[in-house]
Design a protein around this ligand. Structure first.
Ligand code: AMP
Ligand code: MG
Length: 403
């Protein structure tokens, strides 16, 4: 048995970065890994603009203005968001202006309309009374104050989330180059597996791993190219792998990695002349897992136990995707917390326990067995217990991986 760290190293050493890129529309780019540096095509904002609704003029004109002694200015034009005025504001003049509208020449300040007599006149005003002294560049958004043309704001290998996509749009991009998604084939093996929707025969259970794993791959930005379920039959498993392996970057198999008579994964891979990198990892649950290289492609063989499959996928999929894409955006979020309950179990190997992190406190659900999935629903993290520990004591600080 090797450590998790070593197992990840073995896999990463063998994986080649995908160098294909594709151009996608920004609206389809959520979760994708950027394949270029993006430089702003324009200043943002492209012109000096007003942050509020009011009047714009030269601050000097408002010296001494107050409610008791207003300054009266002549209103020479109005400008709205999306509009433009060629007029220059001169001494004694103002222009009616709305949020987002360009500040005209000659003006250097905007007063909010609440500090003027704007309400009293319904129709176009010819004059406005200013009730407050304004400083130069008060309520004035400079052109390029957010970013300037040519600024590089997004870099190759960054993963695009909603904020970054909005930023790319503000920078003027409609299409961008991203890395091709890693293609994954998912194979669940087990004669006992029935597809959801089918009637269960004696001895059968519904196949949940297939759906958990495929959903997680998609959540983390991979593409599930093929998914299949095959009974514990070496020839059938071999035929399927033989057919699909060349079309994907990664193969994930669940079931059949342990020591039972029907645990065929390693046997099949060996027959196909795969290079078994490791079989057995110091991790609980899921220790019988294996990693292999078959025709240059990475293979992960996971225990069929749903929670074991979930944990090992959580620990191993991220570093594999990280290496495949060359992006370091796959790190999971880690937090610290104080255990509010005791978890008693001797842990010879590192163990991951499902838990709930809430405001720095960590709670364990009542059910923990590897075959139990229902209690995972309420959990949002895995507590990592280091090897050679007698579990976790109430009040102890623990490290959790958010899921
Ligand atoms: P195995 O890893 O094949 O020894 O399976 C371990 C346990 O997980 C057994 O109880 C299996 O019935 C169950 N199991 C295997 N594959 C799946 C699956 N795809 N979905 C749900 N349970 C499974
Ligand atoms: Mg089995």
């Amino acid at each position: 048995m090797i450590t998790i760290k070593k197992a990840i190293e073995y896999l990463q050493d063998q994986i080649k970065i995908i160098d294909e890129v594709e151009e996608v529309e920004l609206k389809d780019a959520a979760g994708r890994i950027l394949a270029e540096n993006l430089k702003a095509k324009t200043d943002q904002p492209p012109f000096a603009r007003s942050p509020l609704d009011g009047y714009t003029f030269c601050a000097e004109d408002s010296i001494g203005a107050s409610k008791e002694h207003p300054v009266q200015l002549a209103v020479i034009d109005s400008v709205y968001a999306g509009g433009w005025t060629e007029k220059t504001v001169r001494k004694g003049e103002a222009i009616r202006i709305m949020t987002g509208a360009p500040i005209p020449k000659g003006a250097d300040t905007v007063i909010r309309q609440e500090d003027t007599d704007y309400e009293k006149i319904v129709a176009e005003k010819e004059n406005v009374k200013i009730y407050k002294e304004q400083k130069p560049y008060e309520n004035y958004c400079f052109a390029g104050e957010d970013f300037q043309k040519g600024d590089c704001l997004l870099n190759e290998n960054e993963r695009l989330d909603s904020v970054k996509i909005g930023l790319a749009a503000a920078m003027g991009y409609q299409k961008i180059w991203v890395k091709r998604k890693p293609k994954v084939a998912v194979l669940t093996t087990g004669t006992e597996l029935a597809n959801p929707g089918e009637l269960l025969k004696n001895g059968q259970i519904y196949n949940s791993n297939l759906f958990t794993i495929c959903a997680r791959i998609e959540e983390l930005g991979g593409k599930v190219s093929f998914m299949q379920t095959i009974p514990d039959c070496a020839d059938a498993i071999r035929n399927w792998i033989d057919h699909e392996i060349d079309q994907v970057d990664l193969l994930i198999i669940t079931g059949g990695v342990s020591v039972g008579e029907k645990d065929l994964t390693e046997v099949v891979l060996q027959k196909m002349h795969a290079n078994i990198l490791f079989h057995g990892v110091k991790i609980k649950p899921g220790s019988p897992m294996l990693g292999a290289l078959l025709r240059q492609k990475c293979v992960l063989g996971l225990s069929g136990n749903p929670f074991a499959a979930f944990v090992t996928l959580e620990i191993f999929l991220r570093p594999v995707l990280q290496k495949l894409t060359g992006s370091d955006s796959y790190e999971c979020e880690k937090r610290k917390g104080i255990a509010q309950m005791t978890y008693e179990k001797t842990c010879k190997n590192p163990r991951f326990v499902r838990a709930i992190w809430e405001d720095g406190n960590v709670y364990f659900p009542p059910a923990h067995a590897s075959g139990v999935m229902s209690s995972l629903k309420t959990c949002n993290c895995l507590v990592e217990i280091k090897e050679c520990r007698d579990g976790i004591k109430k009040g102890e600080e623990v490290c959790v991986r958010m899921i």
